[in-house]
Design a protein around this ligand. Structure first.
Ligand code: AHM
Ligand code: MG
Length: 336
């Protein structure tokens, strides 16, 4: 038998998470259990996405508008509920906050004991769902500090992204990929549908120091600050750049994580803080990119140092290869 292939097949996500801890502590067991449930959420969402076009009630809009003023898609609601359901009766996660819910959501039966908070974007890039292109889910785990049961989330509004215990995403593409970090490198797993398990694909991913890709919505050019317009003019005048933008952050980020480059969603006239939300979009990806040796910035400070003033706070995002991010920062700082 091919022992190597067999060993690889046996490196499942939950086993890998346990191996990240020096010993079999209660925290190690908790985080492993949380990751297994997040993996289940990913499998449920991947299953529904793969058949959505054949189902009566899976594509399109619900007709509602969420707290962010965005039209809600049926898949957003399904995926939002999946993350709640998988943590019911887990005793692990007491509070959840997501892009689709105005307030924190408490799972009452978990609350006296559940010491963790889950922050998540259930379907990121949901405009891609109806056209069968990649989307993702983003997650972040924090220790619940104090006994917040009144919904004010004070603990979340006093700390930055370095307090994350774990962060990651699930990318629903040709295959379903789960990428996570608990502060000890970035690791990727691929869902093997025949096993129903996420199997280790790559350990300790390092983002290249530089890359050719720049990823941003250039349709917003006229809405950007002069510094960002200057940066784009620089890119257009230099050889070696290539544009890639899918409209779904997780996919665009994944490309950059593996191949290098920079993703930019700056502030615009209409949205001075940009579009992306700190707690469940930019901070988790910031955590991953720093773990991979790259950098994430608002242009003025590290994403992981930003302290939100509200649950759904937004930040500009410049993320990817360190040299590429620093170049964008230099344009911003020159005009500051
Ligand atoms: P969503 O979570 O509501 O789908 O919004 C986030 C998405 C990102 O995935 C993507 O990078 C960005 O919005 C695209 O925005 P735009 O269409 O303005 O370029
Ligand atoms: Mg999103």
């Amino acid at each position: 038998i091919n022992e190597h292939a067999l060993d690889r097949d046996c490196t499942t996500l939950s086993r890998h998470v346990l191996q990240q801890f020096p010993s079999f502590t209660p925290e190690a067991q908790d985080i492993s259990a949380i990751m297994s449930r997040l993996a289940l959420a990913g499998k449920l969402i991947a299953r529904r996405l793969s058949r959505a076009g054949l189902m009566d009630n899976a594509l399109g809009f619900t007709g509602e508008v969420n707290v962010q003023g965005e039209s809600v898609k049926k898949m957003d609601i399904y995926a939002n509920d999946v993350f709640i359901s998988v943590f019911k009766q887990s005793g692990l996660v007491c509070r959840l906050a997501s892009e689709e819910m105005e307030k924190l959501y408490y799972i009452p039966e978990n609350c006296p004991i559940g010491r963790y908070t889950l922050l998540y974007d259930p379907i990121d890039g949901s405009s891609n769902v109806d056209i069968n292109l990649n989307v993702g889910s983003i997650f972040s785990i924090r220790q619940q500090v104090g006994n917040d049961l009144d919904g004010t989330a004070q603990d979340l509004l006093q700390t930055g992204g370095r307090e994350q215990i774990a962060a990651g995403y699930i990318l629903y593409g040709p295959s379903t990929v789960l990428v996570y970090s608990i502060g000890n490198g970035v690791h990727s797993f691929i869902l093997d549908p025949s096993l129903g398990e996420f199997i280790l694909a790559e350990e300790n991913i390092k983002v290249p120091n530089r890359g050719a890709v720049y990823s941003m919505n250039e349709g917003n050019f006229w809405q950007w600050d002069r510094s960002i317009r200057d940066y784009i003019r620089y890119v257009h005048r230099h050889e070696g750049y290539t544009a890639r933008y899918s409209g779904a952050l997780v996919g665009d980020f994944h490309r950059i994580l593996l191949q290098g480059g920079v993703f930019i969603y700056p502030g615009t006239l209409k949205k001075p803080e940009g579009k992306l939300r700190l707690l469940y979009e930019t901070a988790p990806l910031g955590f991953l990119i720093e773990q991979a040796g790259g950098w994430a910035s608002t242009g003025e400070q590290a994403i992981l140092d930003v302290i939100p003033d509200k649950l759904h706070a937004r930040t500009p995002l410049i993320i990817g290869s360190t040299e590429d991010v620093k170049l964008v920062e230099s344009f911003i700082q020159e005009l500051a």
